[in-house]
Design a protein around this ligand. Structure first.
Ligand code: PNW
Length: 493
């Protein structure tokens, strides 16, 4: 009796575990892709006329800040090995490849006065190789690698950069747009601004907490809108593509169901995602940011809010500058309400005013911030649908890292299965998800973690001059999902 109950119980648990995976087919037109970014894979950092960018400068002048003093000087050597990269994409069978252009490879000074033809040729060749293999390019214009000469003039904290970006965007549409259906202006501007200009913890390493990140974000939003309008007015009728931005967020789960924690979690979403998204998908900055930052700024002795304000004209110029919504999602946090931090030094975290943590019950991987929370992506997608009027969404990054000790990356197989299962369930909830992108096609330079963190479906041997690529077992799983549009052995319509 007892044993029978035990066996029944075990079988029941196993069948639940299998049943948990959504067994509905993804729609026929659903797009699957894989992603990379220029600085993380290309190498050839000063070859063929490429200019220096802020990550070249940062890794060269502050090697101690990067794990093992790693740099992107060679990386995956994709500048020379792009045909191998496309062969890997072909092997996966994906519909599209998300990659980014290196601004300083095309424009070494950052400005359009000097176009570097070998850089242009590199991207033309890559795009041709993709098209010849039936793979659509999805191009990010800015994945964190600002030309250093623009940083020397203040970078994203200076107004001039808005026009410099707009001209770079126009040139990119002109050069490549006939072959590109999907564009992203910026990848994860929150990391650019908060880490790069607020906390100073990544390139260009400017620490100006509570000020730099807001000024940076203001210019990024204007630059995004300029690029979208340029496309809309000058290229849309002939090129027929779609332009958006991709903003990342963790899902913010209230730590308890108390009213205070629920409100704190919503505030956290507004301070992280809404900071960039509200102006584009609704209008202006979120009210809660405007109110809180203005109040704290005045109490700190400023005469105006540290959060810059948009004019009415700017608000309507930025609002609606998207053709789809791009999101990057990896993990979740628990959010609690806290007592107000006494006014003192300006600080984004005090402006937000919440306490966040991650549960010990959530599965870990080899990077500290990424706890595996597949249910979070379903909640996030539903929140995006409600908050931003049900846009068409492409998940432009989702993935997990390993430490390189094995090619049998079972955790990654489970990760993709479980996150995609929740994406499919969100679609049943009515969220309009049209595409999903695995981060990453291959192991690459994981910014300050160097080559110690490996997000790839394909392993790359960084000790080998050939940077040999080898499939991990997750390649077989993702390939099957892409081919069958199904996460389990057999799916229902
Ligand atoms: C993204 N988080 O960064 C970047 O777009 C990629 O270049 C990077 O390689 C990838 O994710 C993996 O890190 C993120 O703390 C960094 O939630 C941190 C977070 C999310 C994304």
């Amino acid at each position: 009796m007892f044993l029978g109950g035990f066996i029944f119980c075990c079988l029941f648990v196993i069948s639940i575990a299998q049943d948990e995976t959504n067994n509905k087919l993804f729609p026929e037109h659903f797009l699957f892709g894989a992603a990379t970014a220029s600085y993380q894979i290309e190498g050839a950092w000063d070859e063929d006329g490429k200019g220096e960018n802020i990550w070249d400068r940062y890794t060269h002048t502050h090697p101690e800040l990067i794990a093992n003093n790693d740099t992107g000087d060679v990386a995956c050597d994709s500048y020379h090995k792009y045909k191998e990269d496309v062969a890997m994409l072909k092997e996966l069978g994906v519909d599209y490849y998300r990659f980014s252009l290196s601004w300083s490879r095309i424009l070494p000074t950052g400005f359009v006065n000097k176009i570097n033809l070998p850089g242009v040729t590199y991207y033309k060749n890559l795009i041709k190789e993709l098209k010849d293999n039936g793979i659509e390019p999805l191009i990010t214009l800015y994945h964190w690698d600002l030309p250093q000469p623009l940083q020397d003039l203040g970078g994203w904290t200076s107004e001039f950069v808005v026009e410099a970006f707009a001209e770079y965007a126009r040139l990119s549409f002109e050069l490549f747009g006939d072959d590109v259906k999907y564009w992203l202006t910026f990848n994860e501007p929150k990391q650019t601004c908060l880490d790069g200009y607020g906390q100073g913890s990544t390139a260009p390493g400017i620490a100006s907490p509570g000020l730099g990140e807001y000024i940076c974000a203001h210019h990024v939003l204007k630059a995004h809108a300029r690029a979208w309008h340029i496309y809309d007015q000058e290229f849309r009728t002939t090129q027929n593509g779609q332009v958006s931005i991709t903003i990342d967020t963790m899902w913010c789960e209230p730590a308890t169901d108390s009213e205070e924690d629920v409100a704190a979690a919503e505030k956290a979403l507004q301070f992280t995602y809404g900071w960039y998204a509200n102006a584009i998908y609704n209008s202006d900055y979120p009210e809660i940011m405007k109110t809180r930052i203005a109040e704290r700024s005045l109490a700190e002795g400023f005469n105006q809010s540290r959060l810059p304000s948009f004019t009415d004209e700017e608000i309507s110029y930025i609002s609606g500058t998207f053709d789809y919504m791009g999101i990057n999602m990896y993990t979740s946090i628990l959010v609690e309400a806290v007592d107000e931090v006494p006014v003192g030094e300006p600080n984004y975290n005090y402006d937000m005013g919440i306490k966040s943590s991650q549960s010990d019950d959530w599965e870990s991987c080899s990077i500290y911030w990424l706890k595996i929370t597949p249910w979070g992506i379903r909640k996030l997608l539903n929140w995006l649908k409600e908050t931003y009027n049900n846009p068409a969404i492409i998940i432009t990054e989702n993935g997990v890292t390993d430490d390189g000790s094995t090619l049998e990356d079972e955790q990654r197989v489970r990760f993709y299965r479980d996150y995609l299962s929740n994406v499919r369930s969100a679609m049943e909830d009515g969220v309009n998800v049209i595409g999903y992108t695995a981060w990453s096609l291959m192991d690459n330079l994981e910014w300050r973690q160097g080559y110690t963190q490996k997000f790839g479906l394909f392993h790359v041997d960084f000790d080998d001059i050939n940077r040999t690529r080898t499939p991990k077992i997750s390649v077989a799983y993702y390939k099957k999902v892409v081919e069958t549009h199904c996460l389990v052995d057999t799916c229902e319509e």
